[in-house]
Design a protein around this ligand. Sequence first.
Ligand SMILES: NC(=O)c1ccc[n+]([C@@H]2O[C@H](COP(=O)([O-])OP(=O)(O)OC[C@H]3O[C@@H](n4cnc5c(N)ncnc54)[C@H](O)[C@@H]3O)[C@@H](O)[C@H]2O)c1
Ligand SMILES: [Zn+2]
Length: 383
Amino acid sequence: MRGGADRAVPRPRSVRVELGERSYTVRLGQGTLGDVGREVARRTRASRAALVTVPGVGRRYAGRVLRSLRGAGVRAERIDVPDGDATKNLKQLGRLYDAFLARGLDRSSVVVALGGGMVGDLAGFAAASYLRGVSFVQIPTTVLAMVDASIGGKVAVNLPQGKNLVGAFHQPRLVWIDVDVLRSLPKRQRAAGFAEVVKAGALWDADFFARVERDAEALLDLEPRRLLPVLERACAIKAEVVARDERESGVRMLLNLGHTLAHAVESLAGYTGVLHGEAVAMGMVHAARRSEALDLAPGGTAERLETLLKRFGLPTELPAHPRSAYLAALRVDKKSRDSRIRYIALRRIGRAEAVTLTPARILPAGWDRRKRRGASRTGGGKA
Ligand SMILES: NC(=O)c1ccc[n+]([C@@H]2O[C@H](COP(=O)([O-])OP(=O)(O)OC[C@H]3O[C@@H](n4cnc5c(N)ncnc54)[C@H](O)[C@@H]3O)[C@@H](O)[C@H]2O)c1
Ligand SMILES: [Zn+2]
């Protein structure tokens, strides 16, 4: 047994995503990349696989995955797409369909995504639509993709008009996480992923939030014995929320904590320079400050959240765009209904709640001068 032979390697863990006949397992381990083939074969019964990845990730890890798949009797070939969220588009989608056809992928084949959320979303949407849908497996290689993007079945590509405008719900058959691959992930990318881990605690589980507070530095350093259980719980929270609300009509909305302003920040930055997780960190602190100002959350909530995010090296102040620019960006938010927005507020650490607010209430006049704790209370009142 791996764990018995080497005490430094923690035992693998599993999280079940309960969705009836579409249920699947998220498997987390260390040094397990070469074991994925057997599980793919067992869970999909596919005889052919397309391994979709980006060059930087494929160069390091595709060999092991391909060998593992072939060793399990699956004819597997690697298909590279260019890196970067700008290539999560219709042109690359078309190239994937061409590559699938050229390699003889049929209804019984499997598409395996090896990479961050960008690869997962693109390959996943290709799998959802090719021949009206083929099996799909996720091997996420970023923190963000492990705890967020690879679970829940949302797959999409961007249009020139906006992000994730064409997509589907297509659940994977298996999510395979080997934390060793995170060693090559730049620290800034790691930190951005931990923003979503902090988010999971903030909206759902105060004990888990406290655990992340205890271990922040060790987590950023990828200490396996601390990391594995934390990733496991973050995956379990996402799984639990998705199981309750697969199509995002109710509780799944809570996962958007910090995201209303994050999307505005990303769009105002032209989707360059600021990472998604960084924007989420800013948006969450803003949400917590607003929740305090609206007397929804007790004082100190925002400060506690901000302190933790800063330990991951994450930014917590919104960039200094004019308020009018933010309000305009908020109005085109996909989640807006008329001019009112379902905004995710915090009741306390560990509990989020959707409230309906206008953009002007989300970002009140003088937000940039009065954002310090306590000062924004003058703008208060019930939501
Ligand atoms: N489907 C969902 O529910 C969902 C949820 C959140 C985000 N997303 C999507 O996910 C995408 C963002 O995902 P992301 O943050 O993983 O970004 P990403 O996939 O663009 O990866 C970030 C960078 O890290 C590199 N990289 C990935 N793994 C690596 C590794 N192990 N070692 C070294 N480099 C590595 C990538 O090549 C890339 O340059 C966006 O497209 C977003 O829309 C989807
Ligand atoms: Zn997010």
